[in-house]
Ligand binder design. Sequence first.
Ligand code: ZN
Length: 419
Amino acid sequence: MSVMKKRIKHNTILSILVLFITSLGGAQEFDILIKGGSVIDSKNDLNGILDVAIKDGKIARVGDNIPDNLATSVISAKGFLVCPGLIDIHSHNFHGTEPNAYLSNSFTALPPDGFSFRSGVTTIVDVGGAGWKNFRTFKEQTIDRSKTRVLSFLNIIGSGMKGGAIEQNLDDMNPKLTALVAKQYPGIIVGVKLAHYSGFDWTPTERVVEAGKLANIPVMIDFGGSDPELSIEKLFMEKLRPGDIFTHAYAHVKGRIPIVDENGKVHHFAFRAQERGIIFDVGHGGGSFLFEQAIPAMEQGFKPNSISTDLHTGSMNGGMKDIINIMSKFLNMKMPIDEVIASVTWNPAKIIKRTDLGHLSIGAVADLTVLNIRKGEFGFIDTKGNKMKGDKKLECELTIREGKIVYDLNGISAPIWNE
Ligand SMILES: [Zn+2]
C-alpha cells in the first residue's frame, strides 16, 4: 500500500471514529446533570435532595437518582442548595459615561455581568435608570450586550434617574408616553418607577400608577423626602394598587415614617397593607436598610415579599455587598431558608409578571444557582454602620444561565487539571 493510500485509510478510520464518538455525545439525554443537591423550588413545592438535568438550555428532568451515564457532564451538588437562578428586582445598571447623570447612563450605575453571576443572579431589574426618552439607549448599551437577563422599570421621569432637579420635574412625568414605550417592550419593561420626589404632592404617585394601569404592569415607589410628610398609610391603602411595590421597606429616611415605630412595634397598617397585596421589597442600597428596623420587624413577623440589592457604586462596598449577603442577613434573622430562596426566585418572578422564571419546571429556562451555607462566626453591617453577628453565611458556588455555566467558585464543574 502506498503511503498516500495508507494515509487515506487512516484518515477514514479516524473520521469514522470521530463520527461514532460525536454520535455517542449527541445521544446523551442531558447536557448537565446536577446531582444530590438540596433542591428548593417554591413554585413546584420542592424541598429535598433531588437531581436536576439540563438539555438545550432548559430544565429537562428533576427527580431521584437520575443515572450519571445519561449526561455529558455531571456536577455533584452534595451538601449544597440548588435553586432557580436568583432574580434581583431592584438594581441600577444603566451604566454609561454621561457626566453628572447619576443612575441614568452614568458612572454610579454598574454593568450587570460584573456583579450578577458571582452572586447567583441570572435576572437583574434596573429600576428607573431609563425613562421613555432614553430606554432605547439603555437597551442597546446594556440589555442587548449583557449575558445576564436585564429587565427594566421605566422611570416616570422621561429622561430617567439623572438625580437632582431633573427628578423633581412634574412636566417630565408623562404616563401616556411612559406606558406607550413600556407596551412596545412587553416582558422587558416590567414596571414603572417613581423615586426621589420630595414635594408635598401626590401628583407623581398618581402619574406613576396611571402609567402602570395603562401598561398593565406594577409600579415601584421609593418614597419619602417630603416636608411635611405624606402619609405612607395613605400611600399603601389608597394610592397604590395590590401588586405595586414599596421598596426600601426597612429604611428610616427623612420625610417618611419607618415601618417600625419608636416603641419598636410594626405599624398595624403595614400588616394590613401587605394583606392588601402591597409588595414590600428590601432594596437595601447604601442608605435603606437598618437592623433597628429589620430585626424587630422580622421578630413580629413582618417579612419582605422580595429581597433585592439596590446595587450601585454607593452600595456595593458598604453593608449591602450583594444579594447573597442580604439573604444571609435574613437567614440569621431566622427567616427559614425556603422563604429566603422564594423571596429571590418565585416571589419576584410573580411580582414582575415573568412567571416563566424563578422555578425549575420541565421546559423552563435552565437558570440555576448552587449555594453553600457556611457555618461559623460572621458579621453583617447595615447602612448605619451597625453590626449584627450571625453564624450562617451563604456563598454562591455555581451559576448557570440558560444551560451554560457562567460562574464556578471552587471548580465543582471543572475537571482536575492533569486528569
Ligand atoms: Zn434604587
